[in-house]
Design a protein around this ligand. Structure first.
Ligand code: 5GP
Ligand code: ZN
Length: 118
């Protein structure tokens, strides 16, 4: 897989071709507010390099670790006392952007409990 994919929305955000409301960035990851938030805090954490989904990311343990570290950095920077993390995988799960991303959701209580009762 190429490090960057020309027609990938999140590669375009990494490259700065499409603006995003950045929350955190380092050499390996970028985190930004979701354009259509599903909770008071809804941040997307992505590796700078293009991986389609969490299964592809898992083949590169260093890159996978960097995404976990990015989630931790967002939690620290935003002072999150609790949060829910979701990786959608595959269109039927609701994955719409084929560049792996962690949803970090907080501020509306137990997000997963709400999802289960919806
Ligand atoms: P998925 O459904 O693939 O798990 O999540 C994709 C997420 O990306 C959605 O929550 C959607 O609101 C968000 N999103 C889609 N396009 C953009 C965009 O251009 N900018 C930002 N910040 N978020 C986006
Ligand atoms: Zn990409």
């Amino acid at each position: 897989m190429a490090d960057s994919v020309a027609d990938c929305l999140f590669c375009s955000i990494v490259a700065g071709r499409i603006p995003a409301d950045l929350v955190y960035q380092d050499a390996d990851v970028v985190a930004f507010n979701d354009i259509a938030p599903k909770a008071p805090v809804h941040v997307l954490v992505i590796p700078r390099r293009h991986f389609t989904d969490i299964r592809e990311l898992a083949k590169d343990p260093a890159a996978a670790a960097s995404v976990l570290a990015g989630i931790d950095a967002v939690a620290g920077e935003r002072g999150l006392e609790y949060f829910t993390t979701i990786f959608n995988t595959g269109a039927e799960s609701g994955q719409t952007v084929l560049h792996v991303h962690a949803h970090v959701l907080s501020g509306s209580g137990q997000f997963w409990a709400h999802a289960k009762s919806a």
